[in-house]
Design a binder for this molecule. Sequence first.
Ligand code: ZN
Ligand code: ZN
Length: 455
Amino acid sequence: MSSKLDASRPRAADTKKVHIADTQMTRQNWYKHVNWLNVTFIIGVPLTGCIQAFFVPLQLKTAIWAVIYYFFTGLGITAGYHRLWAHCSYSATLPLRIWLALVGGGAVEGSIRWWARDHRAHHRYTDTDKDPYSVRKGLLYSHLGWMVMKQNPKRIGRTDITDLNEDPVVVWQHRNYIKVVLTMGLIVPMLVAGLGWGDWYGGFVYAGILRIFFVQQATFCVNSLAHWLGDQPFDDRNSPRDHIITALVTLGEGYHNFHHEFPSDYRNAIEWHQYDPTKWTIWICKQLGLAYDLKQFRSNEIEKGRVQQLQKKIDQKRAKLDWGTPLDQLPVMEWEDYVEQTKNGRGLISIAGVVHDVTDFIKDHPGGKAMIKSGLGKDATAMFNGGVYYHSNGAHNLLSTMRVGVIRGGGEVEIWKRAQKENSEYVRDETGQRIIRAGQQVTKMPEPIPTADAA
Ligand SMILES: [Zn+2]
Ligand SMILES: [Zn+2]
């Protein structure tokens, strides 16, 4: 059964031939690169619908029916094809599976089996060559190009679909796909409008063809827009993104960064106020006894991902800031040399054994020129740390940007130990940058020093 169904499996004769997708496109062979069947379904048919719409007046009832049927068929894709069959994020009873297979077929996006296989490859090989609709090949490619142009099925990453082959609804829909498409895509929407209020042609054009076009374009946005527009709150190593606009267009599939991190969660939006009608539909089906085993990741796991991504963002921000030259990269100065240089007019100040050049800062010192000048050429550790004024965290940060050297030996100061500490004990982020937290600056004394004690 499976070999019959698996169109992607190459037959012996095919393996020797070079697939057209792997050849250069030229003026002579371009038409061979085009998947004309798909072009007919996703471009040709909608185009005829647009033309016919000029001649068929739109009745209110038909318009309402088209919107309702848009939701039915769209949810067939999102709640059925995607969250049920591609990701097994919940279980559905037989009646619900039949319903989803029918209305999903009405969206005209291929059979469940074909769709879910490609989608599993998309998740497994996101953004790589094995991703059937990789956004790395361009936004238009991820939206339409991958269907309009022929693809070598052997290039698409392999995925396990044994579970789908064991679902009789999936197998039945795959075998009878053309019948399902014609019935659910065109005949049913026409019948409802025709038998209901006599608008046969309107039902065919608006609830049929044009509705198919809108559902297709909307769900294609999951492959394109959801990998292009928005934030990445959980992981930014790949392209999936979260955005309300994508969610509005795709019946809630727009929280795609979350979805790629937690694909078997039946939700895409985790906050109550976010728009995810697919989630609401699955939840209602559960209340009606049609769906069960709704899978959900623990919020502990979700929040860990969010915090790690925030940390990564902070690391990137911190890496752009000037934290001063690391101590072990500063030249070593003799105490006498330090004193000598200040006598010669250079504005050097030693705090905790680190020499800072404050020449240009003296005029800007918030405590006044006289105060800062009184520390020049001395050990101003105590003065800076409460002896004269207990300087702020911001002051320690600013001071570190003015570092120019470290004093050899340093007596009580023990600068070498401190340099070692800064080198080894300071936490580093994943890029190897030191994380200097408030109050941990090397010039900072743990307790304020109460009396002025100039060296
Ligand atoms: Zn995706
Ligand atoms: Zn998915």
